[in-house]
Design a protein around this ligand. Structure first.
Ligand SMILES: N[C@@H](CCC(=O)N[C@@H](CS)C(=O)NCC(=O)O)C(=O)O
Length: 263
């Protein structure tokens, strides 16, 4: 494929497939496209997910809750194969109309509560069990600021930088430069923020760390897009210290292992 200047038509049309890693699943419409019955186990929480950064977050929190002996956090984990289009099945769409993993259904309440968006799932579980979120309004507000920051910022890393650096059918300088600039700005922000504190919100590990680590922690640890050298991550010493500290948590190791084992 060669790079050519593109003159947009008056009305955009879906040119399927348009190449690239996700060409088979991306589409300009929402909603279920086929009937599907999801598996369901006996645990109070049923999680439908995959081992992506957004998926890993939820399993990280559930494993931390179980490590604290919170039995209400027991869960069954089922793999949603997004490259085969499982996210467009009727049962999955009933939990998450946005057709993206992760999606959770809490059967410990009546009626069972569906939750989608990884940040909303983390907040729901932290509030439900009253842990991994500060209890003061000031602390909670700081924690939620960083949680929402992650949710708004990581798409520039994943959908922008990661897509054009690792997945797009050809390497294009303009989008790679644009999203590398923004990704490095975000890494520098986290590095500066972590210079004088153990965790994102201070001394306590919280859902803000859990949301941020699978994206930015794993990026500087070289686990995403094989981009550690390109992004010169060694310069982010505080962020690297934090990333390694979290990686060493037993619950995190369990989550990484479990997520990929999902059936
Ligand atoms: N903001 C959402 C993003 C979720 C998301 O983008 N999930 C991706 C995998 S990481 C997905 O399911 N993609 C399938 C698709 O786009 O069809 C969240 O954090 O839950």
């Amino acid at each position: 494929m060669t790079t050519q200047a593109y003159t947009p038509p008056k009305v955009w049309k879906w040119d399927s497939p348009n190449g690239g890693q996700f060409a088979s699943t991306n589409r300009p419409t929402a909603g279920a496209t086929f009937e599907q019955t999801l598996p369901k186990g006996n645990a109070p929480l049923q999680l439908y997910s995959l081992g992506t950064p957004n998926g890993i977050k939820v399993v990280m929190l559930l494993e931390e809750l179980l490590a604290k002996g919170i039995t209400g956090a027991e869960y069954d984990l089922y793999k949603i194969n997004i490259s085969q289009g499982d996210q467009f099945g009727s049962d999955f769409v009933a939990i998450n109309p946005n057709s993206k993993i992760p999606a959770l259904k809490d059967y410990s309440v009546e009626p069972a509560q569906p939750v989608f968006e990884s940040g909303a799932i983390l907040l729901y579980l932290a509030d439900k069990f009253n842990v991994f979120i500060p209890t003061t309004l000031a602390g909670r507000t700081t924690c939620l600021s960083w949680l929402f920051w992650q949710m708004g910022s990581a798409p520039y890393v994943g959908g922008g930088f990661g897509h054009f650096y690792a997945y797009a059918p050809e390497k294009l300088e303009y989008p790679i430069n644009r999203f590398t600039m923004e990704t490095k700005r975000q890494l520098d922000l986290l590095d500066k923020h972590l210079a004088d504190k153990s965790f994102i919100c201070g001394d306590e590990y919280s859902i803000a760390d859990i949301a941020i680590w699978p994206w930015y922690g794993r990026l500087v640890l070289g686990a995403l897009y094989e981009a550690a050298e390109f992004l010169n991550v060694q310069q982010y010493t505080h962020l690297l210290r934090w990333a390694k500290q979290i990686e060493a948590r037993p619950a995190v190791q369990k989550a990484l292992h479990k997520e990929y084992q999902a059936i």
